[in-house]
Write a protein that binds this ligand. Structure first.
Ligand code: GLN
Length: 558
């Protein structure tokens, strides 16, 4: 390989899964970015699905969608939320995609006469995918997170690719950070380093010496523990980094800075003269998070609520929008399968706002519709995302327009009133992978609408992931009855936003605003939704019954 135009940092994991490689990668990237370096993060996933789009959220959490329409791992959400720069398909590669490419090329005759093998063909393709980002010239450093745990069969080719890159580029252009666990044994009252030693041994067996060890721990690592880990794992004592449990993932960059992770990485990469990090705005955000003046309770109505990762981006968007409103947002999970007209008032009565989540398939849909009817009739701030908007349209058709059997054809293909239906183009598609309306689309907002006020602009771009759409045959009936289409796709005429005119905040969006909320740029719709919830709560505390007029709940823009 030629001298690289950028430097590479790999983040591997050992001992256990779920140690937070994504957060460590994002935190390191944040610190390097705050020093003025151009950084991106990539995730390599060792599973055989070509992308996580076909995975149930119970398997792998939320599917994160990029501007270019890639269905990706939820860690890309963390990368964007921390760095405030968009990712793309190149930032997430799976074993499935690597093999698919190699096999397609084999069929085209690219390897004629040769036996196609894991080494070199698969490892070459892995290296090509890693250097693709580096070769753009857009980055000083590419951080590549290797999914899974070292020692797993499926991660072997990735570790081999890392070994080769370290050999080819040299240790000053390519370093490895290994994230491990140092557990505390209650009975012995001791932190135990053996699992870390074994995990590093495993990496060494695969030919890779880690340069830095980040140790997840519940208790501070003493100098003695650090020295022991350093000595047994052949790393410098200052390169043994403590990663103690934090109350917020957004505190981790500061913890890593205190541990000098960025300094050590720069030293190992022989990058000199880089300025100190400017973390002022990040620290301000954390201060707001820590000492909020307000507090609201928002119900998150969905069918995957048992698994916090299934709605990761929505939960994070509330953290950003909460800080922007000087407010703690308590997100109350509400299982839509357990909701019905008979218990909504009791289940949702104490909430200051209701968000109905995205989703697929009929399970829990009637509960979502019941929650929406309650929010509409009781003037509770409501925010519907994707399926949440579609359910709002069904509810409105049934209970306001009197079309009792109205439904989405996804749930009932034979409904006489398909207010939500599949577009003609979609009807021809049978394959399931990567075939939805995916990625960023433009949308024009109606001046004077609530969404226009929130964004402060007419033209927006938001990310989509769905097959079904509002059926424009019903649009004039909806609008006459007070449900306006306030956002339209200028190219296709598809309805992207609907809102009620006589409600404090009843907004449904066909896109996924949660995928674009970052620490530096909280999403305007979440900001407005939280603000309306705060207003409702303070009025209730003051003993005022919510008014029908939207302006009654409007708060001054801070
Ligand atoms: N199931 C719906 C559709 O495919 C909504 C999808 C979603 O909520 N992301 O259109």
């Amino acid at each position: 390989m030629d001298a690289p135009s950028c430097k590479y940092v790999f983040v591997t994991g050992g001992v256990s899964s779920s140690l937070g490689k994504g957060i460590i990668s994002a935190s390191l990237a944040k610190l390097l970015q705050a020093r003025g370096l151009r950084v991106t993060i990539q995730k390599l996933d060792p599973y055989i699905n070509v992308d996580p789009g076909t995975l149930n959220p119970y398997e792998h959490g939320e599917c994160y969608v990029t501007d270019d329409g890639a269905e990706t791992d939820l860690d890309l959400g963390h990368y964007e939320r921390f760095l405030n720069i968009p990712t793309s398909q190149a930032n997430n590669v799976t074993t499935g995609r690597i093999y698919l490419d190699v096999i397609m090329r084999e069929r085209q005759g690219a390897y004629l006469g040769k036996t196609v093998q894991v080494i070199p063909h698969i490892t070459d393709e892995i290296k090509r995918r890693i250097t693709l980002l580096g070769n753009t010239g857009n980055y000083d450093i590419v951080i590549t997170e290797i999914g899974g745990t070292v020692g797993d069969i499926e991660s072997l080719p990735y570790i081999e690719a890392v070994r080769q890159m370290k050999y080819e580029l040299g240790n000053s252009n390519c370093i490895v950070i290994h994230l491990t666990l140092v557990p505390f044994l209650k009975s012995a009252r001791e932190l135990k380093t053996k699992p870390t030693q074994h995990s590093v041994k495993e990496l060494l067996e695969e030919g890779v010496q880690p340069d830095v060890l980040v140790c997840r721990t519940e208790y501070p690592l003493s100098q003695e523990v650090r020295r022991k880990v350093a000595q047994f794992c052949n790393v410098a004592p200052e390169a043994v980094i403590e990663s103690i449990d934090a109350d917020s993932i957004y505190r981790v960059p500061l913890l890593m800075s205190k541990e000098n992770l960025d300094r050590i990485v720069l030293a190992r990469l022989q990058l000199e003269g880089v300025r100190e990090p400017d973390l002022a705005s990040w620290v301000r955000f954390l201060e707001k998070l820590q000492n909020p003046s307000h507090s609201v309770r928002i119900g998150l109505v969905g069918k995957y609520v048992e698994l916090p990762d299934a709605y990761k981006s929505i939960r994070e968007s509330f953290i950003h929008a909460g800080a922007a409103n000087d407010c703690h947002v308590e997100v109350v999970s509400i299982h839509s399968e357990h909701l019905h007209a008979g218990n909504v008032a009791q289940q949702l009565g104490s909430l200051d706002g209701i968000l109905v989540a995205p989703g697929f398939g009929p399970r829990g849909v009637e509960g979502k519709i019941a929650a929406i009817q309650y929010a509409r009739e009781q003037q509770v701030p409501f925010f519907g995302i994707c399926l949440g908007l579609q359910c709002a349209a069904v509810e409105f058709a049934r209970n306001v327009l009197g079309l009792t059997d109205a439904h989405s054809t996804e749930m009932n293909p034979d409904t006489p009133h398909p207010v939500i239906d599949m577009m003609e183009e979609q009807k021809q598609i049978v394959a399931k992978g990567g075939t939805m309306r995916l990625g960023a689309f433009e949308c024009l907002l109606e001046k004077g609408s609530k969404v226009f006020e929130a964004y402060g602009s007419e033209r927006i771009r938001e990310r989509h992931r769905h097959r079904y759409e509002f059926n424009n045959r019903y649009l004039s009936a909806f609008e006459q009855a007070g449900m306006k289409a306030s956002g339209i796709n200028p190219e296709t005429g598809l309805v992207e936003v609907m809102e009620l005119t006589d409600h404090p905040w009843f907004v449904g969006v066909q896109f996924h605003p949660e995928l674009k909320s970052t620490v530096d740029n909280p999403h305007p719709l979440f900001i407005r939704f939280v603000r309306t919830a705060i207003a409702r709560r303070s009025m209730q505390h003051a003993g005022v019954t919510p008014s029908v007029s939207g302006s009654a709940l409007r708060m001054p823009v801070s």
